[in-house]
Write a protein that binds this ligand. Structure first.
Ligand SMILES: Cc1cc2nc3c(=O)[nH]c(=O)nc-3n(C[C@H](O)[C@H](O)[C@H](O)COP(=O)(O)OP(=O)(O)OC[C@H]3O[C@@H](n4cnc5c(N)ncnc54)[C@H](O)[C@@H]3O)c2cc1C
Length: 339
């Protein structure tokens, strides 16, 4: 059976930056069979394939001369429950936040700090999504992926994924693995992580001294809504740069000129710097070049005020990177995937 693909499709509704580029071909996959069908058809035609989920971690700088395959598979299920630990599985195309809310509604704890992250379940392992002191590696129970080189299914355990800060084996080998479904180990009892950012303070203000997982999720959602621009109103991809990890000696050099430098000690004498702080110090906060800009409240978030092209967004990002390197001697790495 040959599946008809749409041709010359605008990807504007499929990326949260709202960049208007075209896909030469576009198709959706609702299950494994449709994934295989699309890959095999593309292979026969010698076409590359770009797999996307919610498009919330993409910067599209040109028309995509490929088949863009949008993951639209749905399904979530409990695989096991021993009274304490529950393993749940969700298909790659499941929207992330509704999935998190579903687990909370069942009384399962573990994903509450990761509430309101845009995108899909299948993309979450790509950069080991994290927020408010929790990353998916902390609740990860495995995933099933299709090896696009051999066509074989492969199961990944925690160690196989090589998760790091906004990093994984999938991110380091782009195009190799197509994630079909992901499993999470959740719990009937809550282990609250409240010590990151204003979470504890927000709960205290609400009088929640012994908060439930749902209360933590609600607090995080309200903080995020205040802090981050809604892509439906202002195009963005969340944090645009990773927080750079540098040597302690480098931090001391920066501190000599900037005593207020924001730095978090890491393992092995390394130090993580707040990229947003560096960008703000360099005077980029709120700056706008045409329709490409740095958010007026969040210097880590680049925004598209309407008609910016991906190339314009990228050029702004590169100017910021060059300036931060010159001023602080620090290299900023982009978080979104560039195409
Ligand atoms: C307002 C806002 C806030 C955000 N906050 C956070 C945050 O707090 N923490 C955080 O970590 N991230 C955050 N992000 C980034 C983003 O939401 C996450 O990285 C999310 O997991 C991306 O999912 P997606 O489905 O949109 O992926 P896409 O943008 O569609 O794809 C991202 C990458 O994954 C690949 N990919 C997608 N699906 C699959 C699949 N099934 N198999 C293999 N590869 C695939 C794509 O090819 C691409 O390279 C934020 C983004 C926005 C816009």
């Amino acid at each position: 059976m040959t599946v008809q693909w749409q041709e010359q499709v605008s990807l504007k509704p499929y990326n949260t930056f709202g960049i208007d580029v075209k896909a030469r071909y576009f198709s959706q996959a609702q299950d494994d069979q449709q994934v295989r069908q699309a890959l095999s058809q593309a292979h026969q035609q010698g076409l590359p394939v770009l797999v996307i989920g919610g498009g919330s971690n993409l910067l599209l700088t040109r028309d995509i001369d490929a088949l863009v395959l949008h993951m639209a598979s749905r399904g979530r299920r409990v695989l096991s429950d021993d009274g304490e630990r529950i393993v749940v599985e969700a298909e790659a195309g499941e929207p992330w936040h509704p999935f998190v809310q579903w687990t909370l509604a069942q009384g399962y704890c573990g994903l509450e700090n990761l509430s309101l992250i845009p995108g899909t379940v299948g993309a979450a392992p790509m950069q080991n999504v994290g927020a408010y002191g929790v990353e998916i590696k902390d609740v990860f129970a495995g995933l099933t992926a299709l090896d696009r080189e051999t066509g074989e299914l492969r199961e990944f355990g925690l160690a196989d994924c090589a998760f790091g800060y906004r990093d994984s084996v999938f991110k380091r080998n782009p195009g190799r693995w197509l994630i079909l479904r992901v499993r999470f180990a959740l719990s009937h009892s809550l282990q609250a992580h409240l010590d990151y950012g204003p979470v504890r303070q927000r709960l205290t203000e609400q009088g929640a001294t012994e908060p439930t997982a749902q209360a933590i999720s609600d607090a995080i959602c309200s903080i995020r809504r205040e802090k981050l621009p809604d892509p439906a109103e202002l195009g963005n991809a969340g944090s645009f740069f990773k927080n750079p990890v540098v040597s302690a000696a480098q931090v001391e050099r920066i501190r000599a000129h900037y005593p207020g430098v924001v730095a978090y000690p890491q393992a092995e004498g390394q130090v993580k710097l707040a990229a947003g702080w560096l960008i703000e110090q360099a005077g980029w906060k709120g700056r706008r070049e045409g329709d490409a800009g740095v958010h007026r409240l969040q210097s880590l978030v680049l925004v598209n005020y309407g008609q910016a092209s991906g190339a314009q967004m990228h050029a702004l990002a590169q100017r910021i990177q060059a300036d931060i390197l010159e001023r602080f001697g620090v290299e900023l790495e982009m978080e979104p995937n560039l195409y």
